[in-house]
Design a protein around this ligand. Sequence first.
Ligand SMILES: NC(=O)c1ccc[n+]([C@@H]2O[C@H](COP(=O)([O-])OP(=O)(O)OC[C@H]3O[C@@H](n4cnc5c(N)ncnc54)[C@H](O)[C@@H]3O)[C@@H](O)[C@H]2O)c1
Length: 302
Amino acid sequence: MGYVGLPLAVAFAEAGHDVVALDVDRRKVNALRAGRSYIEDVSDDTLGSVLHRIVATTRPAQLARCDAVLVCVPTPLTANREPDLGPLIGATQALASVLQAGQLVVLESTTYPGTTRERVAPILSESGFLAGKDFNLAFSPERVDPGRTDFTMRTTPKVVGGLTEACGERAEALYREVCDTVVRVSTPEAAELTKLLENIFRSVNIALVARRPRASRPAIAPATSGSALRTPSRLQADRVTSLCLATDSTPRRALKPTDRRSAGRRGSTQVPSPDLFVFDDCHWVCSPNDRNRVVEHLNRIG
Ligand SMILES: NC(=O)c1ccc[n+]([C@@H]2O[C@H](COP(=O)([O-])OP(=O)(O)OC[C@H]3O[C@@H](n4cnc5c(N)ncnc54)[C@H](O)[C@@H]3O)[C@@H](O)[C@H]2O)c1
């Protein structure tokens, strides 16, 4: 029930579904039960309006009564910067212990191509049910860019790749409830790769913006913003840098806009929290190692 899971839970509740909101973090579960949102894209009012349809819990057993289970756990990097599938494997094992025939399972976490078929399916099959036969399995990358209002969950095309044709069809039908456009791709691997390519694209854009002379940014950004290869504005660069690239794995607290504003001074290399700092009016969230490298780089290019 983080940046990805909570908005999804709210969207399905708004579409009229009963939702089980499962998280291992008891504080989040308690906040949800009290109608308190800790995610900036979900207001307390919005959460409050659908709270009667959401059961927040730490008990995986509750998943047994769901038609569909969407897995949105963190996929961080290890200290060696390799994928750390620990949370995903933990969540999948918990799900395997309560999996029911006929359920649809969709992995939403950002991960490398092959994860759904090679890592998730075998663990779920320990339940005695076969993926693609007894239950449906698909991958659908979350593409949300928290804080943006021009692209929302409903208006951002949702990419879906099923283990079988039937898995893809079922996942597509599910997401049509909350997204205007669903793009079916042939396999989970294809869907996993789209996310990887999208993140690389955004990452390169950020690097370009970061290297551009500061004075030229306001002049250039409006001219390029309509292009398919648009360079992100400063704000977009901030968002993209802070979430969903490799850095999104860094443990971080939920940031409200007020936190961001008060987090540091213009041009300061002072680090106000372990994972957030402000430089040249941009807010960056990254690991301490990356942070030092970014500060060094920005200082070097002036
Ligand atoms: N935040 C973004 O902008 C964004 C965008 C696109 C994709 N993603 C991807 O989505 C995934 C989730 O990201 P997020 O930003 O929502 O992370 P997050 O840390 O905000 O939320 C993840 C939640 O999963 C919970 N969790 C961990 N292990 C669990 C388990 N075994 N069972 C149940 N809950 C468990 C955590 O307590 C946490 O509340 C990641 O793979 C991320 O790369 C994130």
